[in-house]
Design a protein around this ligand. Structure first.
Ligand code: ZN
Ligand code: ZN
Length: 445
């Protein structure tokens, strides 16, 4: 934090705060220390849906925990039951202070009493921690490759991370996948998109910029959901052409490339919006493709989580979203509600409730085995009309063999399978959330 323009900005902000507080002091060291504390130790507080509520400073037991891109702990917020007003679970007002240096003890006690306390923060281990080993959490989104994590940490916290994941050479598997691309011969693809790029690095920059721009345009309402879906689906499916040794090649993003992951999140949302806004005829299809992208994202997060256990938190959220999206699709089938109550998986229902390491592994294995079996049956149905997702024979391992035709199933069988898949996604999300946050997690239903 040592550059002079930064110090000057802190000094100006401190003077401004002193003026607002009507402090008589000429010296603004206290305000400067407070700003530095916020800049280095504040954390973004989120509600149970992951929405940012603002930033807050916690005491040293939490704020001094250092960052790692492969942390051994995670944290979450819970509403503080000692709050004076249960409906105001986070600080929204700071009492007007004339000058804290001149407050008497009694006045100070009254002042503190009227401050409303925010959510509590709970840190919990997600890996075995050896005696004497430092406890670490993550300050940033861990589904980013090394370069992006480094620039994120530098711009927000002004330090370069040298954790095991960042320092790994060659890069950790999860980081190579997050930036992974596939180079194919044009004849193996149907590529007919984005000509004119001359080398591989340029092609990677062009395809990632193109998708990111489409995502940003959608988020800022510059393009409608339909245009967004067409643009991103098309480039994910066809990739981009480039030349190497004067020969044409086709470059596509790995299914777990970080830009592809962002694309699936956007596409799941865009198709869901289309399912709400659309004319009746395509409501079901839009909902179906939204569920397919949500489920594909959950499967991608599964692969990454197996390579890097700290990604369990992201994976839990994606599996939960996939389960809810499939449940929404099931509700759109033209069938009686009674089907819903008939759907059970006997294999998973008999799993024990103990949380021993062995039991968790057994539960996880069984649930994923069911997910693989069910998805083999309904993947072609879920992805109908979506060439990019149809390329993957199995969403669980991303094998690229094309599907030979679609299985013929009755609407009732399709409904049951969608409900079964939804049930397993939610079950797996519960298991992962429980691992990260314990039984009282907001994610555990
Ligand atoms: Zn790192
Ligand atoms: Zn099962």
């Amino acid at each position: 934090m040592a550059d002079s323009s930064f110090s000057l900005a802190i000094h100006h902000a401190a003077s401004f705060i002193a003026t607002v507080l009507r402090s008589n002091r000429k010296n603004t060291e206290l305000e400067e220390a407070a700003i530095c504390s916020v800049l280095t130790n504040a954390v973004e507080v989120q509600d149970s849906n992951g929405l940012a509520l603002g930033i807050a400073l916690y005491d040293s037991r939490f704020s001094w925990i250092n960052h790692s891109c492969s942390p051994n702990s995670c944290y979450r917020f819970v509403n503080n039951t000692t709050s004076y007003h249960d409906d105001l679970a986070y600080p929204i007002t700071i009492p007007h202070v004339t000058n804290t240096e001149t407050l008497s003890n009694l006045e100070l006690q009254e002042h503190v009493r009227t401050v409303r306390y925010g959510p509590k923060v709970i840190a919990r281990s997600i890996k075995r921690i050896k005696s004497g080993e430092e406890i670490t959490v993550s300050y940033i989104d861990l589904l980013q490759p090394t370069g992006l994590r480094q620039s994120d940490l530098w711009s927000k916290y002004r330090f370069m991370c040298n954790c095991g994941r960042c320092a790994a050479s060659p890069p950790a598997y999860v980081d190579s996948v997050l930036e992974g691309v596939l180079v194919l011969k044009p004849e193996e693809t149907t590529v007919d998109y984005h000509h004119g790029t001359t080398n591989k690095d340029e092609a990677v920059a062009k395809i990632t910029d193109y998708i990111q721009e489409a995502i940003d345009d959608f988020l800022s309402d510059n393009i409608d959901p339909k245009t967004c879906c067409e643009k991103i689906d098309n480039v994910l499916h066809h990739g981009i052409q480039f030349k190497a040794d004067s020969q044409p090649h086709c470059l596509q993003l790995h299914a777990c490339h970080y830009v592809a992951l962002n694309a699936y999140i956007t596409l799941a949302t865009a198709y869901r919006i289309r399912s709400i806004d659309s004319e009746t005829g395509i409501v079901f299809d839009m909902s179906r493709i939204s569920a397919a992208y949500s489920f594909f994202l959950a499967c991608a997060s599964h692969l990454l989580f197996f390579a890097e256990p700290c990604l369990a938190i992201s994976a839990a959220n994606f599996w939960k979203n996939a389960g809810e999206s499939l449940l929404d699709l099931a509700s759109k089938f033209p069938l009686e509600r009674s089907v819903e109550s008939d759907v059970k998986c006997t294999k998973c229902l008999i799993l024990g409730t103990s949380n021993s390491h062995r039991e968790i592994k057994e539960k996880s294995r069984q649930i994923l085995s069911c997910v693989t079996d069910i998805s083999q049956v309904i993947w072609s149905f879920l992805t109908r009309g979506c060439p990019y997702l149809q390329k993957f024979r199995s969403p669980v391992d991303f094998s690229l063999t094309r599907i030979n035709g679609e299985r013929k199933e009755s609407i009732k069988d399709q409904t049951v399978n969608v409900l079964l898949l939804s049930f397993h996604c939610l079950l797996y999300a519960d298991l992962l959330a429980d691992l990260c946050y314990g039984e009282k997690s907001h994610l555990v239903s």
